[in-house]
Design a protein around this ligand. Sequence first.
Ligand code: NAD
Ligand code: UGA
Length: 425
Amino acid sequence: MPKIAVIGLGYVGLTTAAGLASLGHTVTGVDIDVGRVESLRAGTPPFFEHKLDELLAEQIESESLSFESSFSTLTREIEFAFLAVPTPALPDGQADLSYLNAALASLVSTIGTKFKAIVKSTVPVGTCRKLQESLSGYDIHVVSNPEFLSEGNAVRDFLAPSRIVVGSTDDNVGQGVLDLYDGIDAPRLVCSPESAEMIKHASNSFLAVKLSFVNELARFCEVTGANVDDVTQGVGLDPRIGPNFMSPGPGWGGSCFPKDTSELASSSRRSGTPMTTVEAAVASNQTAIMHVLELLREQLGGDLKGKQIAVWGLAFKANTDDTRDSPALQVAQRIIDEGGTVLGFDPMAKIPGNLKVKQTSTAIEACSQSQALVVLTEWPEFSTINPEEVKSVLQAPAAILDTRRILDQSVWRDAFPNFKVVGGN
Ligand code: NAD
Ligand code: UGA
């Protein structure tokens, strides 16, 4: 079996490392964050990801997975090095490739000049070819192998992915990378590095466009009296459209959709072929977040100044503790900017230090003496809370705003006449 290194042990790298080890490979995970590596050696994942702790424990126990904080420990036996480092957005929307360049340079200076560099990080179209050109004279192949996992389902998505895409300029090398996934039953696509990179950006952007469409549709439903749940169900029954990614919300967020849509919008415009649908989806997403504020203001008599507001949900979606680019935090920050105070509760996520929100240890505690409650993340447990219990601690007459449509509308409206949902009743 070839020896594998995975560079960067975040959501993608750690899942990839543990997943490849479970397929029978010997994998060394490398991360420059010493604390992260120490906690991984002790078997503790640095973030919550469903079933990842179990998979890690099994692979560490079987000695097929180990962790290093220094590249210098890697040997020249490494044949495949996966790169799963961050590619955040720069202020102009382009991707910051400095982490990727640094990781690749560290590999070249340690494991030598004969290996396959497999780019799992999401990168602008053309990146792998440029990296390949910068390594001319070496026996290093740069391959694109984009990752499609979604947080909360990372392990499932690794073991049963929708597809495995490999972009390579060399068919044998491409096949060699595909072979690493033997044991996984999924559609496989081998193509050029440019196509693989484009597939990744196009997939995320298409989903973001779909969600912006749904969020605008929800607002139109609000003013027309149409029921958005019935509408999305009816629309989604067309197999060409499908039922997934049809839930309206406070706007889409997370560590990927915002940065990947910005990158595609900005690079397509620079190429003279602007993807205006993606630009529109990005702009529309801001209006979705602002709409939550508008509804809240309406419910609270015109402004938020001096109002205490309970927020249920801080993570960018349910089943993760990730708050990167979370619409919930953006709404909380705007409430504060408008003179309100926020008490926030999330079953898993922690409030980042720069946000002046008081985090409570229960959902009910966040409501204590608050004048409004806004539901921003679709944690299933929120829908099981008794509205009468909430009523007993909120200041009367309280307003409730459910941006995720997870509360039972008839029951909550009985308890709270000032009850609203994004997308209308
Ligand atoms: P992350 O921030 O969770 O983890 C990245 C890790 O890389 C960190 O632990 C960091 O310490 C480490 N790192 C940074 N520079 C390094 C270096 N030079 N050498 C070794 N380690 C280094 O990131 P993530 O969410 O796993 O995303 C990684 C990439 O995968 C990004 O390009 C992202 O767009 C893409 N992606 C993410 C997801 C997702 O759901 N999070 C899904 C698909 C693709
Ligand atoms: C997304 C993609 O789904 C993954 O395929 C991709 O690999 C990943 O980005 C990436 O490139 O990082 P993720 O960011 O984990 O995964 O989250 P999603 O489940 O896609 O949700 C993104 C946002 O859309 C969240 O804010 C979520 O609340 C919102 N959303 C999603 C809705 O508002 N409604 C929906 O019906 C679905």
